[in-house]
Design a protein around this ligand. Structure first.
Ligand code: NAP
Length: 512
């Protein structure tokens, strides 16, 4: 019965994707979403019930390289309800929509403003429930009908579902995609949970009153329980422990990205397929221990998971990690299954890029209404005082992930070229914002990696001028070597864990 459902689902997926994509000029995107804003009469106490896109997979049916306008808010964008949110936040819900929803909106906007009329785009978004999927489609269509009513028909939205804390669900989504899509240009790994249990209020109040910019950028007052695990993944009696935050923030994404590698390998028009990780400015390897990769023994599991994300993405193209990041992770067993519908040969391995949205006012930190307003006010003040990392609105926060997902390969390479030329590598691209709310993707200094892995003073002038984290030190050769070694060990452990879990899932499937 389940098999029939599965086949039916695949058939539907194939039909719906081949529909609009019959044209050679169609792009397809997949994304996990929640609703755009709180509806009338909804009192938003940060329930998780609104659109929050999680994954974004961009599939180019044909596609040509395009001139994407970055870092500028187009006229249509200024008309967006999300842009307006900055000026007129709703009195019922002060939160910006989830980042993923805004990534979808921004992708659609940037695509329409930069691609010729002959090209179209399909966004496949994933949610955790059918109701959220319906709300999301409505929200996304409403956005388009306001920002680009004449071109709205060129963007198609399609729902999918996945729970990243459930590896069976991740595998099922991967299979549906691999069996129904011809290729993927990019996958944006946006879903995430904070997992915090509360806030140390005395510390928060003191910190915000005495050291506002620092404390609302790199907070030291969030409290989290230690050692929270996911629900059991299979009916197998003995299962290894799987950290809940680790699985939702890193491992679920990691498994999905590995499984859809055959599709990413066929993204040949706008350069190799892209895996765009969404990290946080808070991620620093000081929160991370290599002997506790899942963050099960730390009281900062969120920060640990984001540090791991940084380490994996930033070291993904180093020769020292290649045995795992290229030869193992980018080799998918599902490859064979694709040949029936994928007659074109796979090309280059996908590339990993790292982004973060800055600090946005979403419900990822659950707060009651008055406190949510206080949070937003403190973010505003931080921005006015010169913080480059407070876009507040998720539409502005979506700037860096959208840049990495959509920009032509030549533009991405040009952006990272100064770091490469100075002996560095990948940069961590964050959504930066001026006092007046003009956003741009900007390199973010990473402990142990500096700006783009360049030893010594930053080579890009804007990086030298940007406000730094207090106590940040310029990268030394020794620190860089330590970071690279950490990357090697992380990739090795992640691949071992993936192989172990794939075996467990295979055995569970064979038994059922
Ligand atoms: N907001 C910020 O200032 C900020 C700063 C730095 C980094 N980030 C990062 O940006 C990303 C999005 O954050 P946000 O602020 O938009 O948070 P959010 O509003 O809480 O959205 C998080 C999204 O992740 C989804 N999600 C959580 N666990 C999941 C799971 N097990 N399976 C599938 N989906 C799951 C949620 O789905 P449901 O709707 O089904 O609950 C929701 O859509 C996260 O990775 C976060 O770490 C945010």
């Amino acid at each position: 019965m389940e098999e029939v459902d599965e086949r039916e689902r695949e058939r539907e997926t194939r039909e719906r994707t081949t529909g609009p994509a019959e044209s050679d000029n169609d792009k397809i995107i997949l994304c996990h979403v929640r609703s755009s804003s709180c509806g009338p009469g909804h009192f938003c106490f940060c329930s998780a019930s609104f659109y929050r896109p999680v994954h974004l997979l961009l599939d180019t049916r044909r596609g040509t390289s395009c001139d994407i306008k970055l870092c500028s808010i187009s006229r249509s964008t200024q008309d967006s309800p999300h842009y307006n949110w900055l000026r007129e936040p709703s009195t019922e819900c002060p939160h910006s929509p989830g980042l993923g929803f805004s990534i979808c909106c921004r992708l659609a906007d940037e695509f329409l403003s930069s691609h010729p009329e002959s090209e179209s785009l399909t966004i496949i978004f994933t949610t955790r429930s059918a109701r959220k999927a319906q709300d999301t489609i409505r929200g996304l269509k409403a956005h388009l009908s306001e920002t680009a009513p004449a071109s709205a028909a060129r963007v198609h939205f399609e729902p999918e579902s996945v729970d990243l804390g459930d590896l069976v669900s991740v595998r099922a989504l991967s299979r549906r995609l691999v069996h129904s899509l011809p290729r993927l240009d990019a996958i944006v790994l946006n879903a995430g949970i904070g997992g915090w249990s509360g806030i140390s209020w005395p510390k928060a109040i003191w910190g915000v009153c005495t050291d506002l910019v620092h404390q609302v950028t790199w907070p030291s007052y969030k409290l989290a329980p230690v050692g929270v695990l996911t629900a059991k993944q299979t009916k197998t009696e003995e299962e290894p422990a799987l950290g809940s935050i680790f699985c939702a923030n890193v491992f679920g994404h990691y498994m999905l990205a590995h499984n859809v590698t055959p599709l990413l390998k066929r993204a040949h028009i706008n350069g190799p397929g892209r895996v765009v990780w969404v990290s946080s400015i808070e991620g620093t390897y000081k929160f991370f221990k290599i002997d506790d990769i899942q963050g099960l023994r730390t009281d900062a599991p969120y920060e640990s998971s984001k540090a791991l994300t940084d380490i994996l993405a930033l070291t993904s193209n180093l020769p020292s990690t290649a045995p795992w990041s290229v030869e193992s992770f980018s080799e998918s067993e599902t490859e064979l299954n694709t040949h029936a519908i994928h007659t074109d040969a796979p090309t280059a391995s996908p590339r990993s890029y790292l982004s973060h949205p800055g600090i946005c006012a979403t419900s990822i930190v659950p707060l009651i209404l008055p406190l949510a307003w206080a949070m937003i006010a403190s973010f505003w003040v931080a921005r006015i005082l010169g913080s480059p990392w407070h876009p507040l609105s998720t539409y502005l926060g979506a700037c860096a992930p959208v840049f990495l997902a959509l920009a032509p390969q030549a533009m991405l390479e040009a952006a990272e070229e100064p770091y490469h030329q100075a002996g560095g590598g990948r940069a961590k691209w964050g959504s930066s914002c001026t006092r007046s709310g003009v956003e741009s993707p900007a390199s973010t200094e990473v402990d142990g990696w500096g700006h783009g892995g360049v030893v010594g003073t930053p080579v890009v002038e804007a990086d030298r001028l940007r406000r730094r984290k207090r106590g940040a030190e310029y990268l030394t050769r020794e620190k860089k070597e330590e970071f690279e070694e950490l990357g090697r060990q992380c990739w090795k452990q992640m691949e071992e864990l993936r192989v172990q879990w794939d075996e467990i899932l295979d055995q569970a499937e064979a038994r059922s």
